[in-house]
Write a protein that binds this ligand. Structure first.
Ligand code: HEC
Length: 217
């Protein structure tokens, strides 16, 4: 039986290999290949991504807590129907404001829109489908999020999405027709003639907060 000859160990082999690797790296650097910047910049890139993710989380937290707080106060003062009117300009305005202040793009997205400007792009649609699967299995947790670095319009961005699920106090405006008071239904019809955002139950996926953070700036 023939076997391939086993090379006899050469004491100088590791050093040769090391030298060859070094030359390759030098060549890569001379040619400005990515391998050259790899080793040293990997740390920077990682910390840049971590910082971007941190930014996205902070903006999300701000948007969610501010909106929730304002909605709650408004409901107390003006009731549900009065809050519908308030929500329609305020939710968008607040997203823009927080986005500018935090240096990100932030908005809420959903497959079943109340405000048509909240329709998802292809990327968001894919993530929403994943979140919907998780919600169906009851597996959305406070920490559930999607983080991915993608190239978009020729630049690298970090995309961050956090699911929004339906709670009991959402049903007066997003539940079944029996759960939504008449005056709220009326206000919704007037403000949102193409409203798709009703018929939800507690635990359903309602949508997501979607953040885009530019990288390499
Ligand atoms: C007082 C009524 C009211 C309540 C209560 C309410 N919403 Fe809404 N919701 C609205 C209105 C009005 C809009 C459209 C806002 C806009 O024009 O940007 C909206 C939009 C949204 C959107 C953006 C997507 C879309 O359909 O345009 C999400 C996500 C959302 N609501 C989630 C919730 C959740 C979760 C709760 C409970 C914690 C909740 N809402 C409670 C009235 C309400």
């Amino acid at each position: 039986m023939k076997t391939n000859p086993v090379p006899s160990p050469q004491p100088s082999a590791p050093r040769h290999r090391a030298r060859a690797a070094l030359s390759a790296l030098l060549l890569a650097c001379l040619l400005s290949l990515p391998a050259c910047s790899g080793a040293d910049n990997a740390g920077d890139t990682q910390s840049e991504r971590d910082a971007a993710e941190q930014k996205a989380r902070q903006a999300t937290q701000r948007l969610v807590s501010t909106l929730m707080g304002e909605v709650q106060t408004h409901i107390k003062e003006q009731g549900l129907a009065g809050t519908v009117t308030h929500c329609s300009s305020r939710a968008q305005e607040l997203s823009t404001l927080i986005g500018v202040e935090e240096g990100v793009e932030i908005r809420r997205v959903t497959e079943k829109t109340r405000n048509p400007v909240d329709a998802p792009d292809a990327f968001e649609r894919r993530v929403l489908a994943r979140f919907a699967d998780l919600a169906e299995k009851g597996e959305i947790e406070p920490a559930t999020a999607h983080v991915e670095v993608v190239k978009q319009d020729g630049r690298e961005v970090l995309r961050f999405l956090k699911p929004i699920t339906v709670m009991k106090n959402c049903l007066g405006c997003h539940g079944t027709p029996e759960q939504i008071p008449q005056d709220v239904q009326q206000a919704l019809r007037e403000q949102y003639p193409n409203d798709l955002a009703t018929g939800y139950a507690v635990g359903d996926l309602r949508g997501a907060v979607s953040v885009i953070v530019p990288l390499g700036e």
